[in-house]
Design a protein around this ligand. Structure first.
Ligand code: OGA
Ligand code: ZN
Ligand code: ZN
Length: 417
């Protein structure tokens, strides 16, 4: 795509101007690229591994073709001001292209030539700022924590039709979920498929032992604690799965007319952060000591299941950011497979966390037609107990989604592809 180079004449002036701002040079095992005020340094091995030519990169699948070679060195680097299209080029067009398509050309000692678009290189700059920007703005959005006092401000509200009907609405809702971990969707239709439709709008439902859609209502022969009308203390769902569902979409189909059935929420990342400041020792224990989470049950008359997963309460991703909290009183196993001397300190640390959690819990009552959507790896949720009667039976319909699916869709929308 970089077939032709900008001739010096009749645009020698522009060429010289641009040229003076660009330099590329070999520095031992690296290539240094200076552009405007910016200086970038790339390992040669990485450059060669990421050559974009058709021999090394398959355009259709956007994938590297395996061609790894040891001991290849850059012999010559140069800047080119390249033009992507053939045909007649007007002067204006020519200038724009010249600015957009600056590229670095490398000739390697094995007679291979690579051309790297400058914008492409800039996006992959190894500087700490650029890497952080990519991680916080494109990989996973930076979290904003909230306590009880901030909940009203940080829990953004959306219209069901806006999320279902416009890409902008969909993108903004996903961003709110990624950043704050919680969002409300209002005015959804009173249909049993509403939560499913929302999940399908993003991608596809994450199935669990409780099915694709699950109805939370008081059931005479309940096999899950949530299916009682008793208070449901703060928890994350399914901590006993290694691949725990990332998001929870709870559609309020029928709300209780009793004073109960109120929703509880808390930002467990914020609570963990407060614990870290207040009591670092307890925090450390909850990040290290694995807890046995479990669920024994059967659903819909099917075969029984016995799920177990061992994991600490507070977990981090590869960049050291919070990425998963596990907490559920009913689903913490009586098996606690840690050293004897770790047990009592763990309980003490856990109580410390619970004390802060109590201070940071917010309560509100969902209205029919609202969907409470939240990050199940972060936001603790629960409800107060309630009473059904002959004409009023509280009914919440839930589905799960995975963050992989949400982010995959969001990045496409963000890139405007
Ligand atoms: C659940 C749950 C919330 C509610 O079923 O896990 O959190 O409002 N339900 O009933
Ligand atoms: Zn190549
Ligand atoms: Zn739940």
């Amino acid at each position: 795509m970089f077939a032709r180079f900008l001739p010096r004449s009749p645009h020698a002036e522009i060429y010289t101007q641009i040229r003076s701002l660009l330099t590329a040079s070999i520095e031992s095992q690296y290539v240094r690229v200076n552009h405007d005020e910016k200086s970038m340094k790339f390992p040669q091995i990485w450059l060669r591994d990421n050559c974009c030519c058709p021999e090394c990169f398959h355009e259709g699948t956007q994938s590297r073709i395996y061609k790894f070679k040891v001991g290849v060195r850059a012999e010559r680097v140069s800047f080119s001001l390249s033009i992507c299209h053939g045909g007649v080029i007007t002067q204006n067009y020519y200038q724009v292209q010249a600015l957009d398509d600056k590229s670095v050309q490398i000739e390697w000692n094995d007679r291979h030539t690579s051309v790297y678009n400058l914008k492409w290189l800039g996006e992959r700059d190894f500087s700490p700022e650029n890497r952080q920007k990519y991680i916080d703005e494109f990989y996973r959005l930076k979290h904003v924590f909230w306590g009880k006092e901030d909940f009203k401000k940080e829990c953004k509200e959306f219209e069901f039709d806006e999320v279902m009907g416009t890409n902008e609405g969909l993108r903004k809702w996903m961003e709110a979920l990624a950043i704050y971990g919680v969002a409300l969707i209002n005015n959804s239709p009173k249909e049993k498929t509403t939560a499913r439709r929302l999940a399908d709008r993003v991608g596809f439902i994450r199935k669990t032992h409780y099915g694709e859609e699950f109805s939370v209502m008081s059931k005479p022969d309940a096999k899950n604690y949530a299916y009682l009308s008793a208070p449901l203390p703060l928890h994350t769902d399914l901590p006993y799965y290694e691949y725990k569902p990332g998001l929870n979409l709870l559609h309020c189909f029928t709300q209780s007319e009793s004073s109960g059935g109120q929703s509880l929420t808390a930002d467990a990342f914020y609570v963990a952060e407060r614990l870290k400041q207040k009591d670092p020792k307890s925090y450390e224990i909850l990040t290290k000591v694995p807890v046995d989470w479990n669920d024994i049950g059967s659903e819909g008359g099917g075969e029984g299941f016995h799920s177990i997963y061992r994991s600490p309460m507070i977990n981090f991703d590869a960049d050291g950011r919070y990425n998963r909290i596990n907490l559920s009183i009913p689903q913490r196993d009586s098996h606690f497979t840690v050293k004897l001397e770790e047990v009592i300190p763990w309980y003490e640390a856990y109580w410390k966390l619970i004390e802060i959690l109590k201070e940071e819990t917010t309560t509100f009552k969902l209205k029919e037609g609202q969907l409470l959507t939240f990050n199940n790896l972060r936001v603790l949720h629960g409800r107060t107990g309630y009473d059904d009667n002959e004409t009023n039976v509280r009914h919440i319909i839930g589905v799960y989604l995975d963050w992989d699916i949400v982010y995959a869709r969001w990045r496409v929308l963000k890139s405007g592809k």
